[in-house]
Ligand binder design. Structure first.
Ligand code: ATP
Ligand code: MG
Length: 238
C-alpha cells in the first residue's frame, strides 16, 4: 500500500525531558493505524506533531512526498479525548472549519449535511450543541473533524470517556469514515480490544520510543518485542 505520511528520525523534548526518541514510521494511505502504549509514552505528543501543531526538535515529516509546511494543515484533522462544544447549534459547530476556510454557503450546507449523516446525526443541525449527550457530542466532534475532507484523521483516545454502547458506535463511525471516504486514520488508544476490533496495523510507544510496528495479526500472535507482548497481555502498569 502506498505511503501517505512519513515520519523520519523525529525527536521531541520539553525542556530537558526527552519525550520522543528517533521515531521512524510510515502511515499507509487508507489504513487504520493504532498507536498504543502506557500513559506518558508520547502518543499525544506524536499526534500533535503529525497534526503540525507542534514542531519536532529534530527530524522530518513527509506528507504525500512533500516536506510539510503550515499550508498542509487542512489535510489533517485532530480529534481530542473530550469533545470541544461551542455554545451554538450543531450546524454551526460542524460548519466552523469550513467557515474559517472561506467556503461558499451552499457548499457548507451540503458538506455539513453529509458529515452529520456519516456520524449518524442526520437532521440534528438545528439542535443546540450543549444539549447533546456525551456520545452525541463526540459524534458531532467527528463531523466537525471530517467536514473538510482531511486526508488523515488523527484521533486521541476518542472513546475513553464513553460507555460501551457509545464506544461501539464511535468505532463503527471510524470504520465508516475510512470505508466511505477513504480517510487514513491514526488512533491513539489504551484499549487493546479496540485495537483488535478496528486497527489494520499497530505501533507500540514506550518511553518515547517506537519499539514495534506490526500488523494487527502480527502483534497479537507473534509480537517482536517482549515489552509489546507484556503490554498486549495487560501486564504493563499504566
Ligand atoms: N507541553 C508539555 N510540556 C512539558 N511536558 C510535556 C508537555 N506535553 C507532554 N509532556 C510530557 O511528555 C510526556 C509524553 O506525554 P504525552 O501526553 O504525549 O503521553 P501520552 O502517551 O499521550 O499519555 P496518555 O496515555 O496519558 O495520554 C509526558 O511525560 C508528559 O508529561
Ligand atoms: Mg495522551
Amino acid at each position: 500500500m502506498e505511503e501517505l505520511f512519513r515520519v523520519e528520525n523525529v525527536c521531541m523534548a520539553f525542556g530537558k525531558k526527552e519525550v520522543l526518541k528517533n521515531i521512524n514510521l510510515g502511515i499507509r494511505r487508507g489504513e487504520i493505524f493504532a498507536l498504543i502504549g502506557p500513559s506518558g509514552a508520547g502518543k499525544t505528543t506524536l499526534l500533535r506533531i503529525l497534526n503540525l501543531f507542534e514542531k519536532p526538535v529534530c527530524g522530518t515529516l513527509i506528507f504525500n512526498g512533500l516536506d510539510t509546511g503550515k499550508t498542509l494543515r487542512r489535510r489533517m484533522s485532530l480529534l481530542f479525548q473530550t469533545p470541544v462544544v461551542f455554545n451554538a447549534s450543531v450546524f454551526e459547530n460542524v460548519a466552523y472549519g469550513l467557515k474559517v476556510r472561506g467556503f461558499d454557503k451552499r457548499i457548507i450546507e451540503k458538506k455539513v449535511v453529509e458529515a452529520l449523516n456519516t456520524v449518524g446525526l442526520p437532521g440534528m443541525g438545528k439542535e443546540k450543541a450543549r444539549m447533546l449527550s456525551g456520545g452525541e457530542a463526540q459524534r458531532m466532534a467527528f463531523a466537525r473533524a471530517i467536514v473538510y475532507d482531511p486526508e488523515i484523521l488523527l484521533l486521541d483516545e476518542p472513546t475513553s470517556n464513553l460507555d460501551p454502547a457509545n464506544v461501539a458506535n464511535i468505532e463503527d463511525i471510524i470504520k465508516r469514515i475510512r470505508d466511505e471516504r477513504g480517510t487514513t486514520i491514526v488512533i491513539a488508544t489504551h484499549n487493546i480490544h479496540q485495537v483488535r476490533r478496528i486497527a489494520d496495523r499497530v505501533g507500540v510507544l514506550l518511553n518515547g520510543e517506537l519499539i514495534e510496528v506490526n500488523s494487527k495479526d502480527g502483534i497479537f500472535t507473534a509480537p517482536q518485542d517482549e515489552r509489546s507482548a507484556a503490554f498486549i497481555r495487560g501486564e504493563m502498569i499504566y
